[in-house]
Design a protein around this ligand. Sequence first.
Ligand code: PEP
Ligand code: MG
Length: 583
Amino acid sequence: MTFALHGIPVSNGIAIGKAVLISRAALEVSHYLIEVGKEEAEAKKLLDAFEQVRLELAQLRQGLPKDAPQEMAAFLDVHGMILADPALAEKPLKLIRTQRLNAAWALTTELNDLLEQFAEIEDAYLKERANDIRQVAERVLKALNAQQKETLSDSDVLSPSDVGADAIIVAHDIAPHDMLRFKEHAFTGFVTDLGGKTSHTAIVARSMEIPAVVGVRHASEMIRHGDWLVIDGEHGVVVVAPDEQLLSEYRVLQEKAIQATSKLQELKHSRTTTVDHVAIELLANIELPEDATQAVDLGAIGVGLFRSEFLFMDRKQALPDEEQQYQEYRRVVDLMHGLPVNIRTIDVGADKALGSGSDLSETGTSPLGLRAIRWSLTEPEIFLTQLRAILRASAHGQARIMIPMLAHVKEIDETLRLIEKAKQQLHQRGQAFNPNIQVGAMIEIPAAALVLPLFINRFDFLSIGTNDLIQYTLAIDRADHAVAHLYDPFHPAILNLLFSIIDQAKRSNIPVAVCGEMAGDPSMTKLLLGLGLTDFSMHFSQLLLVKREILKADVGLLKSRIGAVLRAIEPEEQAAALEILLS
Ligand code: PEP
Ligand code: MG
């Protein structure tokens, strides 16, 4: 039966393909389809893992010291009983045999189902049992993972041959670095239950230039593995099991979108100036060094934001050392042939967890927690290592240092002190770097925007991170679909804040860019030009769309009309002023 689901559109285009369901916890484990004929071997792996855990629990129970608390024995008994209940293995075994899911994926799928059933139970005692089930399942997963390490290489996980190029990933949620892993695979679209328009998962999906819809709430429950899907990434619609007529209508739309994209290529080599001859700078946001090649090809005149944390977020790898980082930064600098490259220092925390299980300070999962420069300053050795790597890359081109999420004078002082220290260390080693490397600050916390002179006096350039500036000004978690409707770039507070930052920076002759998603949204281009912005940094897939708007814009006219937009507080008044601005 055909039905449609609605979510938040994050990446344009139409995708048509078959659903590949990734279960909620499955991203913590490997997920792949096993080869036909290997179902029984996989089922045995699961049963072996159950047996291994049974023995472990029995040993623990036997080895309990006499003075161990009584609850300990009871706890192990409960776990033993859960494990012995054939129901726990029954469904995963069925999933292995009928859908060819690997054992860990099958078990996590069943675990999620059970946890959801328990969440609905009123009885507090029974509800508590959900934790026991989770702990038992996690033990089995651990045993499976240990087996798997011996038999499976990383490249086997979700290999493109397992799921064809027409696969559409459907998941409850996908962490940004997992999303990045998918970049190597030939998928055609993404649908997730959670997420907001500027969540990092959405940003990475956009960078993959494939249609994506997030915040679809119950998509992963309502869509079945193998269902045909159409994703309309522009309108946030997911059509499940489309009939022939719908499919052919979407195929026509898909073809049109492809043609429109290829027509845009004609703009690649034209200058980026407005109708009234104002030169505008278009820079690229990148997550991986190799993205720089496409950025240059599409006419970016620099990298306005290199999200360096993506080099650090792979769970399976140790953090890259100075030499590895230097090689990566240098690669971008070389690919950009002398154009500026703003290497944003590690911005982990909130929706970008740091994967390594080492003894580093835990990043916060709250957007208000230990994140970005706050985290770097708690790990000065890691920060210094990164600074030295960037400084060394600056000997080969225009590498620049960009600091995320500064708000306090103390943080600014400490950051600048560590940059000087990194320079001294390189000097002592006799290694080359640019002693006058430019250092910029991201303005993404309202407090920073409100004391801008502090930043103007101490930094060489500013870059406004509107994704976070909106999140923190409006107190809306940017990754939370439940409040996504309140995430409003047009809020008068945001527009006035942006105007004030750009105006103050321009008056002080300090370069200022916007590198949040607003800069890459062509429907915002004229508004930003009217606010006085001349430097836009965005994902390269958006460069030509934004350029097309710039070529049609008259900055003088837009500036003469922006006052009415900024003064409008009531929605109707603002809508009328915006209509005049954009007319
Ligand atoms: C921003 O906050 O606007 C920004 C560009 O940084 P990130 O999206 O990586 O937080
Ligand atoms: Mg930010």
